[in-house]
Design a protein around this ligand. Structure first.
Ligand code: MN
Ligand code: MN
Length: 466
């Protein structure tokens, strides 16, 4: 009787792999192969948007700027300063009566940025000084191979794209750390103070120019090399965006090949799976919108962050080109819309089990995680999804046979976090966080489960088809 009651009444929490047959396993591996290949060519927000544009162009999407009018079935996108992108398929249903189904992720990831005046020489070495971007544990970024990605813009507008370290015959760069033999004082420090921000200096060269009278000979030699290769001078660093990312490629992890290790999976795993899901759609009932935002890791501010009005502008353009726009329609459309804030969740890590409430944690391999709310210390700053909306999304998932977990980020009072969810929720949209659980989040090498990546694709497609 106990077994019967359990079967009938108790919420099942099962490892997803248990029910995977050979055919489905093949599909899971195909999805993750595509994902890893994409990650390896899209380590920065600019590179992600460039690759997303290519994919969208191949799937019949048009830049909304080139459209004068829109009708159901039309596929459009808008690219904001090469760093964020919004895509839409116009639905059969009236957007005025039914709103939109939005999925929003971010394509920026924690990293090290070069300072505006980066180049210096000390003790016979040339360095680039850096300022870290997003929440990192600084010690994780020393003694690993780093690649340099980004752009340098000259005053005449010429754009030089930089990508050094990804090809096997490129040089790489690194940040040194103290040998243990002499690290007695450093090892006594608190972990967060062990490596100081100002000491995240990238080692970039050691050969001096052959001129006894010259000052800072190694720096001068580097400048000379950069001038020969890219035609730049030191001043051109002033108008550059250069990012250091781990050189490691995304790889399959484990004897059983069940996981992906890779840089920038927060939140490119949700960005990729939502983009992929959108490419699988032709016509939709309700207007489907995909957001690939920038600057989430530093608070979503600025003109490429989700707090900017650029997204409103895109939706207004849709309303204009549908020929239906009128005062307050934009507000109405947002209030009628539904959204998945597709961002990663903290995966339960048995080594650090003490930070998680095991009943409310997200487990790798059990499907996507939904965070009803985020925030910290008494849910402060949380966007809390209404129970009615959670029930709606549960119904969508259950009728499509998609596994899911409803979770919380860590134990009460142990920390917290946020996503872009609150930004759309503040406009009146129903929003819930929905993404892939990750181990070692924000580290140079993050871990996800291939099962969850596959489940994310299925979830996003089902949401848009609703
Ligand atoms: Mn994220
Ligand atoms: Mn993050």
């Amino acid at each position: 009787m106990g077994e019967e009651l359990k079967e009938k009444l108790v919420l099942k929490r099962e490892d997803g792999w248990k029910h995977v047959d050979e055919k489905q396993k093949k599909e899971i591996m195909e999805v993750s192969d595509g994902y890893m290949a994409f990650l390896n060519q899209a380590k920065t927000e600019r590179e992600f948007i460039k690759a997303a544009k290519k994919l969208a162009d191949e799937h019949g999407y048009t830049d909304i700027i080139h459209k004068t009018e829109l009708k159901p079935g039309d596929k459009v996108y808008f690219i904001n300063r090469e760093k964020s992108m919004y895509l839409a398929i116009i639905g059969e249903n009236s957007i005025e009566e039914h709103g939109m189904h939005i999925i929003g992720s971010h394509v920026d990831s924690p990293r090290l940025d070069l300072k505006p005046n980066p180049l210096c020489e000390e003790g016979g070495f040339a360095y680039f000084k850096t300022h870290y971007y997003g929440g990192i544990k600084k010690y994780q970024w020393t003694t690993i191979p780093l690649s340099l990605h980004g752009v340098i813009i000259k005053t005449n507008g010429e754009k030089i794209e930089i990508n050094i370290g990804e090809n096997a015959d490129d040089p790489i760069f690194t940040i040194t750390d103290l040998l243990p033999h002499l690290a007695q004082e450093q090892m006594e420090k608190k972990l967060k103070e062990g490596i100081e921000g100002e000491n995240l200096k990238l080692l970039i060269g050691s050969i001096p120019v052959n001129d006894d009278k010259a000052q800072e000979k190694v720096k001068l030699n580097i400048l000379n090399l950069l001038n020969q290769t890219y035609g730049i001078t030191e001043a051109d660093f002033l108008s550059a965006e250069l990012e250091l990312v781990p050189t490691f490629k995304a790889r399959t992890l484990g004897f059983d090949q069940s996981m992906v290790a890779g840089y920038g999976q927060d939140d490119k795993v949700c960005a990729y799976t939502s983009l992929r899901a959108m490419m699988n759609l032709e016509t939709v009932k309700n207007t489907a919108v995909c957001i690939l935002s920038d600057k989430e890791e530093i608070g979503s501010m600025g003109n490429t962050g989700m707090e900017s009005h650029m997204f409103d502008f895109f939706i207004s353009e849709i309303l204009n080109k549908l020929g239906i726009n009128k005062p307050n329609l934009l507000d109405r459309v947002f209030c009628l819309s539904k959204m998945l804030s597709s961002d990663v969740d903290a995966g339960y890590d048995p080594i650090y089990a003490s930070v998680s409430d095991s009943l409310n944690a997200g487990y790798l391999g059990r499907g996507i995680t939904l965070n009803k709310y985020t925030g910290a210390r008494g849910k402060s700053g949380a966007s809390d999804a209404n129970a009615e909306y959670v029930a709606w999304i549960r119904n969508v998932l259950e009728k499509n046979d998609i596994p899911y977990q409803i979770t919380e980020l860590g134990k009460v009072d142990i920390g917290g976090g946020g996503t872009i969810a609150y930004i759309l929720a503040n406009k009146g949209t129903d929003v819930i966080d929905c993404g892939v659980p990750v181990l070692s989040m924000h580290a140079p090498y993050e871990v996800t489960s291939k099962y969850d990546i596959y489940a994310a694709c299925k979830t996003y497609e089902a949401f848009w088809k609703e």
